[in-house]
Design a protein around this ligand. Structure first.
Ligand code: NAD
Ligand code: ZN
Length: 372
């Protein structure tokens, strides 16, 4: 699999950018060539990774850049969501300015969604914005986080509350990096693939349903196919609504994320933190239930998703995890419209829309099972 897709930005942006999905060996050389073609061989590249990716994959990518004459300034952050902080962003910016980056420099975010969000955020504010290349190395980042230009860091009061829109110059998904991914992280990425299928593509959902076990096992050709199809869906949605302003536009991608984010941030304080995709899996079940209870969502979706998510090794024990404190966090979620929550509901697979829900009603529906 070697695919090139194009994200068409609105005319005001004056450009589009490519997403490469490359499942063949030697992708680092092809990426380096793409970068030299855009940045020139004298460019300085700030290369961000976390510790795990620095150990497993950085040498190959940094080597390909250096071999073409580029100056590489590597910065490493600790693994995990806690790296997405204002303090860490300031440290990365400081390290890069000390290391010689200037306003013509490029940033390369090599890693999962954490590194992509943090690297993109720093790129968007360093010298009022430098160019950025996303090189996602987790399935979640390849199918979702690296495409669309949203960057973010977290605040103590909630996830992704500070961020920017900063579209990359290119996205290069080297599918071979996924071979070293932990099964749990692979499953987490599959949750976002399922999300894309549910909101936009019955065929994609059916493909995952047909081949769930192979996807879990990391079949490289299948993963390449899932990444390419997911990126095509996300690119299409983002092209029509870059800034999440259109009704039924980019906001659809938040399916499962309203309750998902609340579960994710609540779990960070306990001893069993959820992966992002795991929280999204649970959040999709919650959204399916709320949609059905309002009479506008597919009433069979919750059961269909439960059986698929179980096969993918994702959590489905929503009722055990929901309580008043999690629901209180839903209120902090930023997708609010005057006191009411905007929730993405799915009328039928492939067809999603927004529903305004009273927070109290959401609590009633979701906690009903616990009271029975
Ligand atoms: N900007 C967006 O549009 C967007 C969309 C979805 C999610 N996100 C964000 O993405 C983040 C989650 O991303 P994630 O799930 O990739 O988590 P992550 O970046 O924390 O990566 C998960 C783990 O996998 C390791 N890893 C990365 N690549 C590896 C590889 N090839 N082999 C082995 N290990 C590897 C990392 O070191 C980390 O320990 C969240 O912060 C979420 O908010 C952003
Ligand atoms: Zn997500």
């Amino acid at each position: 699999v070697r695919t090139r897709l194009e994200v068409k930005l609105p005319p005001s942006a004056g450009r589009s950018y490519p997403i490469f999905v490359d499942a063949e060996p030697g992708a680092e050389a092809r990426l380096a060539d793409e970068l030299v073609a855009r940045a020139g061989a004298a460019a300085t590249v700030g290369l961000l990774t976390d510790e795990t990716v620095a150990r497993l994959h950085r040498a190959r990518f940094a080597g390909a850049l250096s071999a073409r004459g580029l100056t590489v300034v590597p910065v490493v952050v600790p693994d995990g969501e806690s790296a997405k902080s204002m303090a860490r962003a300031a440290e990365v910016a400081e390290a890069w300015t000390r290391g010689g980056l200037d306003r013509r420099a490029w940033v390369m975010a090599l890693g999962g969604g954490v590194v992509g969000d943090l690297g993109g955020f720093v790129a968007s504010i360093l010298f009022r914005g430098v160019r950025c290349v996303q090189v996602p190395t987790t399935l979640l980042a390849q199918v979702d986080a690296s495409v669309g230009g949203k960057t973010a860091v977290n605040l103590p009061s909630g996830k992704n509350l500070v961020g920017t829109f900063h579209q990359p110059e290119l996205v290069y998904a080297d599918v071979t990096t996924l071979a070293t991914l932990a099964p749990r992280d692979r499953a987490s990425g599959l949750a976002e693939v399922v999300k894309h299928g549910v909101i936009a593509s019955p065929e994609l959902l059916e493909l995952v349903e047909r081949r769930a076990e192979e996807a879990c096992a990391g079949d490289p050709a299948l993963l390449g196919e899932l990444v390419a199809r997911s990126c095509a869906i996300k690119a299409e949605v983002v092209a029509h609504d870059e800034r999440e302003q259109a009704e039924g536009g980019r906001a659809r991608l938040n399916f499962g994320h309203t309750v998902g984010h609340a579960l994710e941030s609540a779990s960070q304080e306990g001893d069993a933190p959820l992966r992002h995709g795991e929280a999204v899996a649970l959040g999709m079940l919650a959204a399916a239930r709320v949609g059905a209870a309002h009479g506008c969502g597919d009433p069979t979706l919750e059961a269909r998703l439960t059986s698929l998510l179980e096969r993918l090794g994702l959590p489905t024990d929503l009722d055990r995890r929901l309580d008043a404190s999690v629901l209180a966090r839903v209120g902090v979620d930023k997708k609010r419209a005057g006191g009411r929550l905007l929730l993405v509901v799915v009328e039928r697979v492939g067809q999603a829309s927004l529903l305004a829900v009273e927070p109290a009603r959401l609590g009633e529906i979701l906690l009903a099972a616990n009271r029975r």
